[in-house]
Design a protein around this ligand. Structure first.
Ligand SMILES: Nc1ncnc2c1ncn2[C@@H]1O[C@H](COP(=O)(O)OP(=O)(O)O)[C@@H](O)[C@H]1O
Ligand SMILES: [Mg+2]
Length: 329
């Protein structure tokens, strides 16, 4: 049973500059399902549409990002609702308060510098939950921090007194205090050094185990996905090009783009040189015809330059969009 079912989602940045309309095809016919209690990763180079996809799915998109088509269905208990048909901000906020929560990109700098962390917690919680009783609030925060292995003392600190890694943990603690069913995390480890990254990855795992919730994790960093995710979608130029369980992605990837991404990863004992992905992703204003990856693909044929391969299931749970892997038009 999926908790999130995204169908044929299409969202473009549409801007009008002096009568010249530009369309950035950031999310182009994207479909995927996420199941209860799993950690679902979304990977791909910068600019491929990961953050835009998260914004639309979590109900945070705003102009110039426009939703042109598709459905975003959430299923909680026996309740089913389509995020895109919610009429107003109030309904969206309600859904976000009770069921879903986001850790946005570059969020560790959003803590108010002149407020102690405790005040940020009070402000966040009071938006969704009435705090009548300070002792009860303190108890709730204390329990949550202790479950996450964080020290109560951080509540009295100002953001600048905490390291970047600690600020990111505070943001994660904030985003999870109301025990949401689904958490969207956008590059939560990107600004941190590798040692601190490990702590943040462990924290996310712990939340998933303790709260039995679902986590959708976006990062361009394949090493983080390898350590964290149950299943993984690879995005290229606004589309999902491959999706499978993490083991299959790392050991039996089929899409040439996935293979290219993995080649840039270091492996213990492997002395051969790392290869960075050659070429650059296309502009999403002017996407190549056919398979969007064909200009960089070592396997590209005439068909790939003309027709667009669909994302199809080649074995159970493994979807690929490539003519060389049984892809269809
Ligand atoms: N406000 C905006 N207006 C126009 N284009 C945008 C805007 N924000 C992002 N984009 C473009 O949308 C595409 C996808 O961006 P984004 O979703 O941020 O990618 P990612 O998170 O994978 O790095 C990029 O080409 C980016 O330049
Ligand atoms: Mg991003």
């Amino acid at each position: 049973m999926p908790v999130l079912d995204v169908r044929d989602l299409k969202a473009y940045y549409i801007t009008d500059r002096y009568g010249r309309i530009s369309r950035v095809r950031a999310v182009d016919e994207v479909s995927f399902q996420v199941h209860k209690n799993e950690i679902y990763g979304i990977a791909g180079e910068s600019g491929c549409g990961k953050s835009s996809l998260l914004k639309v799915v979590s109900g945070l998109s705003k102009p110039p990002l426009r939703i042109l088509d598709g459905e975003v269905i959430y299923k909680f208990d026996d309740n089913e609702l389509n995020m895109l048909s919610l009429k107003d901000d109030k309904q969206r906020r309600q859904l976000r308060g009770t069921h879903i929560s986001s850790i946005p990109q570059a969020s560790m700098n959003v803590l108010n510098p002149v407020k102690r962390i405790e005040k940020s917690f009070q402000d966040f919680v009071s938006v969704h939950f009435e705090i009548n009783n300070k002792a009860q609030f303190n108890e709730m925060v204390r329990e949550h921090l202790s479950a996450l292995g964080l020290d109560w003392d951080i509540m009295h600190a100002y953001p600048h007194q905490l390291s970047g890694g600690m600020r990111q943990r505070v943001i994660i603690a904030l985003a999870t205090i109301l025990k949401p069913d689904i958490i969207f995390a956008d590059e939560p480890t990107t600004a941190l050094d590798v040692v601190v990254q490990r702590g943040v990855v462990q924290l996310i795992k712990k939340i998933n185990e303790e709260q039995h919730n679902t986590i959708i994790m976006v990062t361009h960093d394949m090493a983080i996905h390898a350590n964290l995710c149950d299943r993984l979608a690879i995005m290229y130029a606004g589309k999902i090009v491959e999706e499978a369980d993490a083991h299959t992605i790392f050991h039996d990837a089929k899409h040439p783009y996935t293979t290219m991404l993995l080649k840039s990863l270091p492996k213990i004992g492997d002395e051969s040189e790392r290869e960075s992905a050659p070429g650059a992703p296309p502009s999403l204003v002017d996407v190549p015809p056919g398979c969007r990856f064909h200009p960089r693909c070592p396997k590209a044929t005439e068909l790939c330059c003309k027709e667009e391969p669909q994302l199809i299931e080649i074995e159970k749970g493994h979807r690929v969009a490539c003519f060389h892997e049984g892809g269809s038009r």
